[in-house]
Every structure is written in C-alpha cells, then in structure tokens.
Design a protein around this ligand. Structure first.
Ligand code: PMP
Length: 412
C-alpha cells in the first residue's frame, strides 16, 4: 500500500520513494536478507547478529582479506603516504605505488599497458563510455554486469544487446550492422550470478569476421581461473586475441579498485579521456599496497588457485548429488535455485539459522520463479567448512521441499 505521505507531498519527485514499501514489508515478516552488518570476520567465518556463521557468499576467492601479510602491507604504507590521495590520478593523486601496480598488472596479464580506476564498477563504466563513441556500435551480452550496461547508456555509441551467450544471435546482429562502424563486443568473462564462462573462442571468431574488438570484464576471473589466474581468455589460450581485459580488486585481490589492460595507445586514450578516471579520486595507498601483496601471493602460492578449483568442483558435484539445481556453473560461483522470491528468503533465513551465510538473488537479477541463493567459495575454506555447508543445505533443502533424502529435486 502506498505511504500516505505520497498524497500530501508537494514534491512529486519523491512519490516513488514514498511508494516504495517492499523492503519494509519483507522486514516485517522477518525475512529481509540484505544489508546485514558483519561485526567481525576472519575471512571464512563471520560474526553477524552476535553469532558466528560460515561465509559461503563472499568474492574473497583467494582468502586474502585477512592474511597477516596483506594486512601488514596495507598498514606499512599508511605511515609513508597517509590514508588517502585526495585527488584524481590526473592531478595530485598519482603515487609511485599506482605506477608500480599498473606495470606489474600489465606484465602479469601479458598486455602492453594498464590503467587503474578506483572501483571495478568505474573501470567498466568509464572505459566503455570512453572507447565507444558516436559512430560506433557496442554488442553487449544481455546478462552483462550493471556497470557495463550503464557504460553503454552513457556512451554516445549505439548499443545492441544480444541474448545471453547466444553466438547465433550475436552473429545475426553483427551481420545486420553498418560495416563501416567501429565495433566492440563486450562480455563478462565469468557471469557473476551463474558462474558460467563467456564463449571466448566463438567471440574471437566473430570478432575477426566482422572486424570488431573484444572487451572482457574479468571481475570474477582474474585471480580466480585460467593460466596462473590470468582470467577467462587464458582458460582458452586466447588472451592475445582479446583486446581489452578489465578486472577488479574487490574480489581475489582483497581490496577495492579496478584495472583495464590492453594496447598502449588504447589504454593511454582511456587514461586521458575517461571521466570516471579523471574526475574521481585515486585508489588510497593501503588499497594499492593490498593489491600489490595479493598479486605477489597469487603468483607464489599456486596452491590457492588449485585448491579453489578443487573446492569448486567438489561443491558443484555434491550440491548436484543432493538434488539441487546449480545451473551451468563452471567456477567458484555456484548458484542454488530455490524458486519463488519469498521461498528464497525463507530458505536464506533457515540456512543462516543453520550457520551458513549465502546471498539471496531475486528478480530482476534472475528470471521470475528462479530466485536463488548464490554460493561462492574461497581457497581457505577447510574440508570441515564445506561439509558443514553441505549438511546445512541438505537439512534446509529437505525442510523446504526442494530436495528429498535420496538426492532428487522436488522442484522444476
Ligand atoms: N563486473 C562484475 C562482473 C561484477 O560482478 C562486479 C561486482 N560485483 C563489478 C564489475 C564491479 O566491481 P566492484 O564491486 O569492484 O566495483
């Protein structure tokens, strides 16, 4: 029901806000799973509402957010550089640490150049807006992350959205397009809700045929999958064929910020033209030092990526064996489909009571009737954590009539 303030307010602009009562309704039922304050964490476990639960919903893939070496690296630079840069990279906000990180990431990713942004979101929004101009066409997967969608909206380019991972549809769209336009195909490398990969070999083939560039948002892939953690294109041995690869520091790299790598001229153009880069303050020193240390650990401790892959395969197999629908996940992101939105909230709550934190994802982020809990894993989860997660899923799944005791699904 609409808030009564909506009728009396003269500021019509706010009526939509007064009418927004959904969150309060869900809260009144005790089912609201969002904005839960974490009171403390060691990475794999978190304190929420005074109790300790296992974290199975974080993007902390390498488990480095609480690593003592990473924490020390962040602490150490604060005494030299202070806590913030108070300016954009263009002006007073460039530190030697930023340059060091750009150089190391370009080398790691085997590309000529790299530019940092202050978030992963800004990286994609700001790079796409800059690279695609008035006479260009962006071909964007329909399931791409919101920051790509916004990047296409603020750019002056024409945008064509193709059906998710549907290469035939993309081909049709490319065939119909102006042969003289500049073209770029933009896709998540790993799709953040389903954990599936972009079809890089097909994208590369189409890009060649139609003289298009390729841009992969590898937020959930660099430091997670591929050769030494070099992301989605490297899974297929095709890194050289992908023009631009972006990543974030808010997941495997245990920090905040983002980057994009590619040919020197293209990166220099982005560096000098992207509003999100030029008009926003640069990454604080502690954030940069965290990434530098995480990148070093990623390369030295190869067991982390191996363990992550092993855990992901194990959890996918075991959740399937219990009877859950995990879509077509290929990565440490493993969705578990529950069904209707309120059922999903109830499931989330009971799982939390059983000691496991996951993320509830409901429409429009997923199709209607396909609300899910998104689970994600980290290299530092122990076997004991995993078994506790699985037994909580089994108990709650049976309780909710989603699976039976014999590993059968009871929902469509
Ligand atoms: N791209 C994808 C695919 C993402 O999932 C996210 C964040 N969840 C981002 C970009 C934005 O990254 P950040 O949160 O570091 O700004």
């Amino acid at each position: 029901m609409a808030d009564s303030k909506a009728d009396t307010s003269h500021k019509k602009i706010f009526n939509k806000a007064y009418d927004f009562t959904k969150a309060d309704e869900i809260k009144a039922q005790g089912l609201y799973p969002y904005f839960k304050p974490l009171q403390a964490t060691d990475g794999t476990t978190v304190q929420i509402e005074g109790r300790e639960v296992i974290m199975a919903g974080s993007n902390n893939y390498l488990g480095l957010t609480n690593d003592p070496r990473v924490i020390k690296a962040a602490q150490d630079v604060i005494s030299t550089y202070g806590t913030g840069c108070t300016g954009s990279r263009y002006l007073n906000g460039t530190l030697d640490l930023h340059l060091e990180l750009e150089e190391k990431l370009a080398t790691f990713m085997n590309k000529e150049s790299c530019v940092l942004f202050s978030t992963g979101y800004q990286t994609n929004e700001g790079s796409i807006q800059t690279i695609a101009g008035r006479n260009d066409i962006i071909f964007s997967d329909r399931d791409n992350h919101a920051c790509i969608v916004v990047g296409t909206q603020v750019s002056n380019a024409k945008t064509v959205r193709y059906r998710h991972n549907d290469m035939e549809h993309l081909r049709t769209m490319l065939e119909k397009s102006d042969p003289n336009a500049g073209k770029i195909i933009v896709s998540d490398g790993v799709f953040s809700m389903s954990g599936t990969l972009a079809k890089v070999p097909e994208l590369v083939q189409l890009a060649k045929e139609f003289d298009a560039a390729i841009y992969l948002d590898d937020a959930h892939a660099v430091g997670v999958i591929g050769d030494g953690g070099r992301g989605t294109a490297s899974v297929f041995g095709l890194s050289d064929e992908v023009d631009l690869i972006s990543g974030t520091f808010s997941k495997s790299f245990a920090s905040l910020g983002g980057f994009i790598v590619g040919d020197r001229s293209v990166i220099e153009y982005i560096r000098h033209h992207s509003p999100a880069h030029i008009f926003s303050a640069s990454m604080p020193p502690a954030n940069v030092a965290t990434v530098l240390k995480s990148l070093e650990i990623l390369q030295e401790e190869t067991w982390r990526l191996e363990r992550l892959e092993e855990i992901s395969n194990y959890m996918r197999k075991e959740l399937r064996n219990l009877g859950f629908n995990v879509w077509s996940s290929q990565t440490p992101i493993i969705p578990v489909v529950i069904g209707e939105m309120y059922n999903c909230f109830r499931f989330w709550k009971d799982l939390f009571e059983a000691g496991v934190y996951v993320n509830a994802v409901v429409p429009p982020a997923v199709p209607r009737g396909q609300a899910l809990v998104r689970t994600s894993y980290m290299a530092t989860h122990t076997d004991e954590h995993l078994d506790k997660i699985l037994s909580a899923f089994k108990k709650v799944g049976i309780m909710h009539g989603i699976i039976d005791k014999n590993g059968r699904s009871l929902i469509d």
